[in-house]
Design a protein. Structure first.
Length: 130
């Protein structure tokens, strides 16, 4: 049975490398990112190495984007075995120098988006015993 992995934040860095690592281990990999025009490099590597990677638009901040992407994956593959919540970013500086709005933005990405994805994916994972 083909294993399906969904990874957020794959346009660069750890997410990019994680997507390649899963694909090289034989997973069908959904490499998700806000801006799919940044997916050319991973597509090129996937083609060169004959890896099963599909670049898919998913903005972790937007509930509709999450729902649409997960629905599309489930329509195509009927299951998700692994979810890697990689999208995130950090603030640097003294607490008194960072605004509350900046902290809220960071929590939206690094906390609430994770919950959003888990809520969308876990029911199917339970049903399929992934």
């Amino acid at each position: 049975v083909e294993k399906i992995v969904v990874i957020t934040g794959t346009s660069t860095g750890i997410g990019f490398e994680t997507a390649l690592a899963f694909a090289r281990e034989g997973y069908f990999t959904y490499a998700t990112m806000r801006d799919v025009s940044k997916g050319d490099k991973i597509k090129e590597i996937a083609q060169k190495e004959n890896l099963k990677i599909d670049v898919l638009e998913l903005d972790v901040h937007k509930e509709d984007s999450v729902k649409i992407a997960i629905k599309q994956i489930l329509e195509q593959k009927k299951r998700i075995d692994v979810l890697v919540n990689n999208a995130g970013w950090g603030l640097w500086g003294c607490v008194e120098d960072v605004s509350i709005d900046e902290f809220k933005a960071q929590f939206e990405t690094n906390f609430f988006s994770i919950i959003r994805l888990i809520q969308e994916v876990v029911p199917t994972m339970r049903e399929k015993r992934s």
